[in-house]
Ligand binder design. Structure first.
Ligand code: AMP
Length: 222
């Protein structure tokens, strides 16, 4: 089955997506993670994407769609996959329909208020070495400023700075939130409250995915 995770930046798509990946065995495909890897490795794609990402804008539809098309063609995606951060525009949603025959079977949006997002993202820190993610308030590292897993000094993502966060929220409102209607019209849209305790939020998403699966969401699986 094919799952799309929708939700503004900082809504918890990444952590919920990881949980969903473990629970279902379907690989999680995060376009943000793939782009950040390209930036770290200094590939031509990374050099193209870096400035746009730091400013909180969107990388071009063609580039991101190309990345997703290649990734979902891999064998481990055949039984299903979880898209985290794609599609983000109407053009990407249309491209996904073309690439993968009208899927997904479910699009779950994590519903989180903007004030919560601004507060969460200002406290987010990441490990530049192993990419572990922390939150200074809700998920702090054991030793202040250092990664629990590898000891590297934690940093703030450039796009978690306040000006970039404002831009990312604006982009979400203007470009991504309208996709709700298209998914609703296809009968695959579900909203899950994303403000509570992580375990409760994850349970809500898992339940929505399980319900879609048992309602015949796996019809047409290869
Ligand atoms: P994320 O980690 O999902 O918040 O993504 C970080 C950044 O990567 C975004 O702010 C965009 O600049 C870029 N990005 C990720 N996914 C997409 C996408 N589907 N379309 C365009 N840009 C994207």
């Amino acid at each position: 089955m094919r799952v799309v995770l929708l939700g503004p930046p900082g809504s918890g798509k990444g952590t919920v997506g990881e949980r969903l990946e473990r629970a279902t065995g379907f690989p999680r495909i995060s376009t943000g993670d793939l782009l950040r890897k390209a930036v770290r490795e200094g590939t031509p794609l990374g050099r193209l994407a870096e400035g746009v990402m730091q400013a909180g804008g969107l990388v071009s539809d063609d580039i991101v769609t190309g990345i997703v098309r290649e990734r979902i063609a891999e064998a481990d995606c055949r039984p299903g996959y979880i898209l985290d951060g794609y599609p983000r525009t109407a053009a990407q949603a249309e491209a996904l329909r073309r690439i993968d025959g009208g899927r997904p079977e479910i699009a779950v949006e994590l519903d989180v208020a903007e004030e919560t997002i601004v507060s969460r993202l200002s406290a987010r820190r990441v490990c530049p070495s192993c990419q572990a993610v922390y939150n200074l308030r809700s998920r702090p590292p054991v030793r202040a400023g250092a990664c629990d897993a590898c000891g590297a000094a934690l940093v703030q993502r450039p796009d978690d700075r306040p000006e970039a966060v404002r831009e990312r929220l604006r982009v979400y409102r203007d470009r991504t939130a309208p996709l709700r209607e298209a998914f609703r019209a296809r009968g695959v849209y579900r909203a899950v409250g994303g403000e509570g305790e992580f375990e409760a939020v994850a349970a809500g998403v898992l339940a929505a995915v399980a319900a879609a699966r048992s309602a015949g969401g796996e019809k047409g699986r290869p």
